[in-house]
Design a protein around this ligand. Structure first.
Ligand code: UD1
Length: 374
């Protein structure tokens, strides 16, 4: 009986685990699936809510690593995962995306000579100042099976000499959006509680270290948001705990415009509902860029580059950076090109991100890999 072991720890990984765990469960008890939560995200709003809404399997273990500098957090994961993998001896370790939990799982398994499969392999921003880029590069190069979400990711892996370990699978986040979008109506309790009217607001998220940890850059992006509210439309902004602390630390350097609504972090279904109701999404999140694309809403990316180049190539995303003038120009561009905020990217999404059956393809690739090894 094949024994798979998934390591997850942060919000986007819980979302990706959902479709795969469902498909694997359909093969239970013929396939064993152990789920390990590193504890990187521990606030109920960043963790428990995803397990409940997405009906995820209860983790078999939670390592409780909590927050810390990259070195400390990753170091704690390495030590605890090593002990756990020695005891569990899975046939293959599955690691997802680009977080510190991804890096730790890939490194530990590779050193123990346990095969590693990296889900969402080959994605590149080509900006090594992002911790996520370092995590992805290392995870890809130590993994035995590279499960690439898009043809662009396959091409990146090919350029790095990794083509023979690569399988194109489609994107698990697309599977998840297709599975859950009906449950996330634009009139869910949260949308109503915030007093938002469909099509009348924009959705904002900011959590990347590159945007939050430099006060000048944070002030720049927050100033841009106030200007968007002043000139275009109200914004709702569910705030990641890290961002909240950094905003508080700015003191009097920035005050939100009254029509910029700061809210607590929201779960998966509320996020999809907020995207569906929005006219525009402004974000530095990779996942949210894709979710907006899958739900036909235009995006302004608050970074200098994106790894999800397909969303730009297919006309759904303007990469603006964080200077107020550039952000305003991008919002102006969307107001002109798409005044209703409603697009139809479905054909483009299918062309780039698969057909909503990435989980099946990933499982097939995993079983083929294990069969080949005997
Ligand atoms: C992590 C990932 C990022 C991913 C994001 C999704 C890394 C390097 N980054 O970023 O790729 O897009 O998750 O949300 O792995 N905090 C809490 N409660 C929590 C967790 C964190 O308050 O449950 C606060 C702490 O102050 C912590 C900070 O958020 O220091 C940052 O948390 P961390 O786990 O380092 O990464 P994220 O910023 O969430």
């Amino acid at each position: 009986m094949p024994k798979l072991l998934s390591v997850v720890g942060a919000r986007p990984q819980f979302v990706k685990l959902g479709p795969l765990a469902r498909v694997v469960t359909q093969h239970s008890p013929a396939i064993e699936h152990i789920v390990v939560h590193t504890g990187q995200h521990y606030d109920p709003a960043l963790s428990d809510v995803f397990f409940a809404e997405l009906d995820l399997p209860r983790p078999d273990a939670n390592l409780g690593v909590g927050s810390g500098s990259h070195g400390r957090q990753t170091g704690r994961m390495l030590a605890l995962l090593e002990d756990l993998l020695i005891r569990a001896r899975p046939d293959i370790v599955l690691t997802y995306g680009d977080t510190n939990s991804t890096l730790a799982a890939a490194l530990v398994a590779a050193k123990l000579h346990i095969p590693v499969a990296h889900i969402e392999a080959g994605v590149r921003s080509f900006n090594r100042r992002m911790p996520e880029e370092v995590n992805r590069l290392v995870a890809d190069h130590v993994s035995d099976l590279l499960l690439a979400p898009t043809p662009a990711a396959v091409a990146n892996l090919d350029k790095e000499g990794l083509a023979d370990r690569t399988v194109l699978t489609g994107d698990l986040m697309y599977d998840a959006v297709l599975a859950h979008r009906r449950r996330a109506a634009a009139d869910t309790p949260l949308v109503c509680r915030l007093g938002l009217r469909e099509g009348d607001y924009g959705l904002v998220t900011i959590h990347r270290a590159e945007n939050t940890d430099d006060p000048d850059r944070l002030v720049s992006v927050l100033t841009a948001l106030n200007a968007v509210v002043e000139q275009y439309l109200p914004l709702v902004f569910p705030v990641h705990p890290r961002t909240r602390r950094r905003i508080d630390a700015l003191g009097t350097r920035w005050r939100p415009h009254p029509q910029l609504r700061l809210a607590d972090p929201v779960g998966y279904l509320d996020t999809l509902a907020l995207v569906r109701g929005a006219r525009l999404v402004l974000t530095d999140s990779g996942g949210l860029q894709k979710e907006a694309f899958f739900l036909d809403r235009p995006v302004v990316t608050l970074r200098e580059e994106t790894e999800w180049v397909e969303t730009v190539q297919w006309g759904g995303n303007i990469v603006a950076g964080v200077q107020p003038g550039a952000v305003l120009a991008a919002v102006a561009e969307w107001s002109r090109r798409l005044p209703s905020g409603r697009a139809d990217f479905s054909a483009a999404a299918r062309a780039a991100f698969g057909d909503g059956r990435a989980a099946e393809r990933i499982l097939t690739a995993l079983l083929d890999f294990l069969n080949r090894r005997g």
